[in-house]
Design a protein around this ligand. Structure first.
Ligand code: F0G
Length: 460
């Protein structure tokens, strides 16, 4: 057994560099004020370490950049498309593959067909664009997570699983014919990037077969999930990560992927299907709104890079490094007494700002306070996943908080080194000392939908 060392040692070396701007405290204070205390409104040049998302923010390899040059830009039947199609078919074992410009385009196409008034979708947790695309059709989206998985501190190996009993109850309550689909999100992004077990997906397949309901796998982090199955699930230690991913994908009727995550590319998405009839309907929508079937929403070079990315993402050295680097950050924060969602998931560390700032009322957004404090202390950008994002107004205008006041630190793939992450840990230490303990923000302006992107705040 190879010795596990303290130093992560990224399994790559750097061939091109992108300079970062080093800023001062005063500079960051001004930048944040101009951005209305909303890091989404900061310019990226004013950010030192950007942990806003792991989506489309990864670094491509030299092989992928070489692929960019050899991309075939033919409108129909491009070589790059044939290469991508072959790679995806081998991985998913699904006969129909459509390229889209990103994940939500695949969602719009599929749920536009399966959804509509009176339909219900059931998921472990619908990602926000998934929910929005479903609700836009007039259908409803219901999350069913096991009660035990809602406890932030308890260690469960597969905290991303769907609750099978609740799912079955819902199918019976609504009537199987009214279920648009059951969607399993792997890893479960909105629930802390937690993995889903193979056993859970197998049982879900059985449930869907029992009632004749479709099973969709939302698998933009399928390789990261395969890593956890290999580590934690009985019987998978001798399988490769790719074999594990294929086995899981084969259980679905459809696979939706935002390639901006485990595709290791900056833009792209996939919609894969087994059913020919459904594929024909999707094909029509694809041609109307994305592009012809052999490029969808992508350039030939994007497809070339994605085919290579889908190969590289299953490299054991890469995946080990990837998951270890997220865990490294999470474990250090936890050892400093910072409340994190436990165990650490695949792509991000989630900090409970409600617990870190107990004196700040929820309607003054403790998560937003932490996000701003981290930027001020060290130019780190991350996102609030609490009452700014999910808080609501009741019928009488009263404030209804989100269940938890979390902050997500998402790690871009192959971008930051261990010393960058050590820096983040150090800045967290400073933030703990300097945090403003009792006053938060109020919203100075907000749009009618998805307010977290553009709202402006002022100090209370
Ligand atoms: N499904 C999941 C589970 C996702 O995490 C995302 C995107 C999508 C679908 C939509 O894909 O962005 O390519 O249209 N998640 C990003 C994030 C935005 O920051 O977690 P997209």
């Amino acid at each position: 057994m190879e010795k596990v060392r303290k130093t992560l040692c990224e399994p790559f070396r750097i061939k091109a560099v992108e300079p970062l701007t080093v800023t001062t405290n005063d500079y960051r204070r001004r930048a944040l004020e101009e951005a209305g205390f909303n890091p989404f409104l900061l310019r990226s040049v004013d950010v030192f370490i950007d942990l806003l998302t792991d989506s489309g923010t990864g670094a491509m390899s030299d092989r992928q950049w070489a692929g960019i040059m050899t991309g075939d830009e033919s409108y129909a039947g491009a070589r790059s498309w044939l290469r991508l199609e072959k790679t995806v078919k081998e991985l998913t074992r699904m006969p129909f593959v459509f390229p889209t410009h990103q994940g939500r385009a695949a969602e719009r196409i599929l749920y536009g067909i399966l959804g509509g008034q009176g339909k219900t979708f059931i998921s472990n947790t619908h990602f926000d664009t998934t929910r929005a695309n479903i609700e836009f059709t007039g259908a409803e989206a219901i999350d069913v997570m096991p009660e035990a998985a809602k406890d932030e501190e308890v260690f469960l190996p597969f905290k991303g699983n769907i609750d099978l009993l609740q799912a079955e109850e819902l199918i019976l309550e609504k009537g199987p014919g009214n279920i648009g689909a059951v969607i399993i999100t792997v890893t479960n992004n909105s629930a802390g990037g937690q993995p889903v077990s193979m056993a859970n997906v197998k049982s879900l397949r059985g449930l869907c077969d029992k009632y004749g309901v479709k099973l969709v796998i939302d698998g933009c982090r399928i390789a990261e999930n395969a890593f956890f199955v290999h580590e934690r699930e009985e019987g998978y230690q001798n399988k490769t990560y790719r074999e594990i991913a294929s086995e899981m994908l084969a259980l679905g009727d459809a696979f939706i992927m935002s390639a901006k995550k485990d595709g290791l590319v900056n833009i792209g998405g996939l919609l894969c299907l087994k059913d020919e009839n459904l594929a024909q309907q999707c094909r029509n929508q694809l041609i109307i709104s994305e592009g012809f079937t052999t490029y969808g929403g992508l350039a030939g070079r994007d497809m070339e890079a994605l085919a290579i990315g889908l190969d590289e993402v299953f490299d054991p050295d890469y995946l080990r490094y990837r998951i270890r680097s997220t865990t490294y950050l999470g474990e250090h924060l936890r050892s400093m007494g910072i409340p994190v969602v436990w165990p650490i998931g695949g792509h991000a560390v989630y900090v409970d700002a409600g617990k870190l700032y107990p004196a700040i009322p929820k309607d003054q957004f403790p998560g937003q306070v932490l996000v701003c404090d981290l930027y001020l202390a060290g130019g780190i950008r991350c996102v609030e996943v609490g009452s700014v994002m999910f808080g609501k107004r009741g019928e009488r205008g009263e404030f209804i908080p989100a269940p938890r006041e979390l902050v997500r630190l998402a790690i871009p793939r192959r971008v930051y080194t261990q010393s960058h992450i050590d820096y983040v840990i150090e800045v967290f230490g400073d933030t703990l000392e300097q945090r403003q303990k009792d006053r938060g923000f109020r919203i100075a302006w907000e749009p009618p939908f998805l307010r977290h992107f553009t709202a402006r705040f002022s100090a209370v």
